[in-house]
Design a protein around this ligand. Sequence first.
Ligand code: ATP
Length: 237
Amino acid sequence: MQPVLQTSELSVTQGGREILKGINWQVFPGDFTALIGANGAGKSTLVKAALGLLPLSRGEVRLFGQLLHRFKKWDQIGYLAQNSEAINFGFPATVTEVVSSQLCAATGLFRGPNADQRRAVSAVLAQVGLSTKARSLLGNLSGGERQRVLIARMLVTSPQLLILDEPTTGLDEDNSRVLLELLLKLNQEQNAAVVIITHHLADVAGLVNQVYSLSGGKLKLPPVESEGASFSSSEVM
Ligand SMILES: Nc1ncnc2c1ncn2[C@@H]1O[C@H](COP(=O)(O)OP(=O)(O)OP(=O)(O)O)[C@@H](O)[C@H]1O
């Protein structure tokens, strides 16, 4: 089976310091992976580098088998960055417009969504519990609702690889559970690969089938046995 994400000897240097040191990592269709590690370990750096958002100092990345610089099918990948609060939510757009904007690559920026796309937007807003807010301006939403708009935007293209950087930050207990259940459903029913960066392993322990730990610039499978997750003690080579 071809990995949807593969890094080979990936190294990243930031501010003169080597943050990631020769990381070999593979994510396969159907994987549900947690990426854990202390603050500053380099988790966000790893996923950003894997998505071409940061330069590599060494190594290579393949997405769906393609070298990163040749990869074009970005609608196959959904990425939710950390700290979505940094996004300009004052922009005068409605929830529907923001989610629809993700479909622009298919329709062109100045053409409205077609009937299928409008249905997809409605469906994804229902999935994240925002149907009643479809016409609301972003600026009038709570922090948790904004986070759910970004999640809906990420999901509307039905990506096969979902990467979420601490996605439950700002969500209450109910909405965190709804999001994790939705990710599990996409994983199980559509075989989507999910990578979730989290500091709350207990919240995802029953969902994930592997846990990688980042420490000292290296990626490891931690030596833990847990129900619902298979871990081994080896370092990922
Ligand atoms: N632009 C930058 N210039 C210099 N150093 C940076 C830059 N961006 C990140 N770093 C450093 O890289 C290291 C890894 O940061 P990163 O955000 O990837 O960690 P993280 O594991 O995601 O942390 P957290 O759990 O706190 O989100 C940190 O020491 C950070 O200070």
